[in-house]
Design a protein around this ligand. Structure first.
Ligand code: ARG
Ligand code: GLU
Length: 699
């Protein structure tokens, strides 16, 4: 062990946060950070950020649709989030005749605002450390299963009490630090949320997937909604009688401009990070699963692109699906590169060596080797599951067939028809079939026989080993591929389609994976989780000087930093701001992703940017050092006085490994400058009635 001593000194140094800008902090504990925030320029108090006694910034932040963040920007319930967060809604309201994706949408009156069944936004009422209550009754020596059952039982009771009042209250208890702590989050959920405005995709998605995760960036990634409530300001299902929600707090907008070095604060719901896992878990990500998943998605994206480029109707049908596939595909690539560049695996190994030395004779002795062997045992199962999820489980027809049969078994013809209509609206069989051929061939080549359903190999044998022949047969024989035939059937007939090849495919895979792979993965993961609980606590004892923040888990967090450029590679420095000039540089009518609206070109040619010009330009995006993750999309970017200066929407590609290791030199969040938002609303959307609702400060 002695040989690790010099590494010990080094690794403790390396693993300690290199910059205080790293971190996603709990709002209710922000008083622990407020001194640092204020030293960096913030002028408000901890109570202004989070309070249960007074209206505060948290009251203007919502969890939007489950996966994004949004914020209130007017006293009449106006809400802003990203274009890509409202994308599904914008797309569902679009058709070839009313193509809001392409042309944008602006409600000129309240009556024109479009309802969105299924969409909700949640306001955090309060959060509370419930660790003692959740672990009440815990005794030393309890097994992990017993502990989990206890946690579940106690949590259910807490949740029940917390939502007793009704009125849209929802609550959940979430573990932090792998269950070293538990917090309860109580939300009020509003379900009448209407679409108010969206720029054309040529602005809202400018740069498309080419620019996604990249800097310099010029995407006008915002969309606007309005929250509606009943006459008492409480949540209510959609009704014409509902009225705009009156928020306890909404953001004032700072349109005076920002500069490098300015304090920034992102308030939102980051989804998932794993900063404290051991090297073996990181190695699986960078060396095993990311490369495999990337290769599978490349195949699907190639197929989609071919057909989307050829046909505008197919482009609309697949735009949202394509964006989803492409997004993680690109992020994983950046993440892999980042992990390799940082040498995260080796750094963690060195850290683990020193941790082991320290842990000798303590309760933490043996954790690292135990975790290591669990990760090794998990790997083939995890791989089989990840591979299945990115291949067999992506066949649209198969997924649809099982959804339709399930709906049919429910016995409601209207529910069945709704499932059918939603599916066929956005389905293009040639894409699905070609993707099937590509990903299932890869499945055949890359998943060991023992880790795949015998059904797969026996069926493949029937087709002489040819996935192509299998696909020909499945896509012509399945009734689900024949829209007219299926639509003519009632529930009883659809429920009887148990031998349809698409249904069989789905059932065989789901049940075999469900019986042979999932249980092992979840058992090993729960053992890993249990050890991680000790490992994180051990890390805290081992590094008493380090401040730990809990991994992201879709709960509300504060990340603060400042506007700052970066150097992505030798000899290159990226400035922190982009402007409308960059849009004109990229503009190209022949490239779908860079074809800005003609109106935009005319405005630039006239040089008249109304009140939104600064030094003859309009600012578009900026980057900063805030530690964000997926789910922070749409988060407010707040200045030192608590005002809205931007909308977070992405991270730079070289920094996407921040979910695993944050590097202050490379990790930057990308935000839309609020002045560009105002410019687009006003001069492209001609929707200045929306601006009139806002409180805009220019000083
Ligand atoms: N990368 C951003 C995020 O993770 C933006 C995604 C928008 N989607 C896209 N495919 N361009 O959500
Ligand atoms: N676009 C991401 C989202 O949907 C945010 C980017 C990130 O992962 O930081 O949340």
């Amino acid at each position: 062990m002695k040989k690790y001593l010099s590494i010990l000194v080094l690794s403790v140094f390396c693993m300690a946060p290199a910059s205080a800008d790293e971190g996603m902090w709990l709002p209710s504990l922000i008083s622990q950070r407020i001194g640092d925030m204020q030293a960096k320029g913030f002028t408000l108090t901890a109570e202004d950020i989070y309070s249960i006694n007074q209206a505060c910034l948290k009251d203007a932040v919502v969890h939007f649709g489950g996966g994004c963040t949004g914020e209130l920007i007017s006293p009449e319930g106006l809400l802003i989030t990203n274009h890509h967060c409202g994308y599904g809604q914008i797309q569902r309201h679009s058709s070839v005749e009313h193509d809001y994706l392409r042309d944008g949408f602006w409600a000129m009156t309240r009556a024109e605002e479009l309802p969105n069944p299924g969409l909700s936004v949640s306001f955090l009422e309060y959060m509370e450390d419930v660790t003692d209550k959740v672990l009440k009754g815990y005794k030393d020596g309890m097994s992990e299963e017993e502990r989990e059952a206890l946690v579940e039982k106690n949590s259910a009771k807490l949740v029940e009490e917390a939502v007793a009042e009704g009125k849209g209250l929802r609550a959940s208890v979430e573990p932090l630090f792998y269950g070293n702590k538990y917090y309860m989050f109580v939300f009020r959920r509003y379900t009448d949320v209407r679409l108010v405005g969206a720029p054309p995709s040529s602005i809202g998605k400018f740069g498309g997937d080419t620019d996604n995760w990249m800097w310099p960036r010029h995407t006008g990634d915002f969309s606007i909604f309005r929250v509606y409530a009943d006459k008492d300001n409480n949540p209510a299902a959609y009704s014409e009688d509902n009225v705009p929600y009156k928020p306890k707090k909404y953001f004032h907008i700072a349109a005076g401009g920002v500069k490098e070095g300015d304090f920034t604060f992102v308030y939102g719901f980051p989804g998932s990070t794993r900063e404290y896992i051991m090297s073996e878990g990181v190695r699986y990500v960078s060396d095993v699963t990311n490369p495999a998943k990337i290769a599978l998605r490349t195949m699907r994206l190639d197929v989609q692109k071919k057909y989307m480029d050829a046909d505008q109707a197919v482009r609309i049908q697949y735009s949202s699906k394509n964006a989803g596939v492409s997004n993680a595909w690109k992020k994983w690539q950046g993440e892999m590169k980042g992990i390799v560049r940082l040498g995260t695996v080796a750094r963690k190994q060195a850290f683990e060596a020193s941790f082991m030395e320290w842990a000798e004779g303590t309760e933490y002795e043996g954790i690292i080797p135990a975790l290591d062997s669990l990760y090794k045992a998990l790997e083939p199962y995890n791989y089989a599951l990840d591979y299945y999820n990115e291949s067999a489980r992506t066949i649209e027809l198969v997924q649809f067939a099982s959804r339709a049969v399930k709906a049919a078994e429910g016995g409601s013809d209207s529910a069945l028809k709704a499932v059918e209509a939603t599916f066929y609206k956005d389905y293009f069989l040639p894409i699905d079939k070609e993707s099937f051929v590509a990903v299932m061939n890869a499945y055949k080549d890359n998943v060991p026989v023992d880790f795949r359903p015998p059904y797969f190999d026996s069926t493949l044998a029937v087709y002489g080993g040819s996935i192509e022949k299998w696909a020909d047969d499945l896509f012509s024989a399945s009734v689900f591929a024949d829209r007219a035939a299926l639509e003519a059937m009632d529930c009883a007939a659809v429920a009887a389609l148990q031998d349809d090849p698409a249904v069989v495919f789905g059932r065989e895979f789901t049940s075999w994976i469900g019986e042979n792979i999932r249980p092992v993965v979840s058992r090993l993961n729960s053992e890993i989780n249990l050890l991680n609980r000790d490992y994180v606590r051990g890390q805290m004892e081992f590094q008493p000087e380090k401040t730990f923040y809990p991994d992201a888990n879709s709960t509300l967090r504060v990340a603060y930093g400042h506007i700052k450029g970066y150097s992505p590679s030798d000899g290159v420095y990226y400035m922190p701001f982009s402007t409308i000039e960059g849009i004109m540089e990229k503009d190209n009518p022949d490239i779908f992703d860079y074809n800005i609206p003609q109106r935009f070109r005319d405005i630039v040619a006239s040089g008249d940017y109304g009140r939104w010009g600064h030094d003859g330009k309009v600012p578009v995006c900026f980057i900063a050092t805030n530690h964000t993750s997926g789910g922070n999309s749409g988060s407010p970017v707040i200045d030192s006085k608590g005002r809205l200066i931007g909308i977070n929407f992405d991270r730079v590609w070289e920094g996407t490994m921040s979910d695993i290791e944050f590097d202050p030199d490379f990790c930057r969040n990308i935000s839309l400058d609020i002045r560009y938002v105002l410019f687009v609303i006003d001069m492209i959307g001609n929707a200045d009635h929306l601006i009139d609702e806002m409180t805009i400060e220019t000083e």
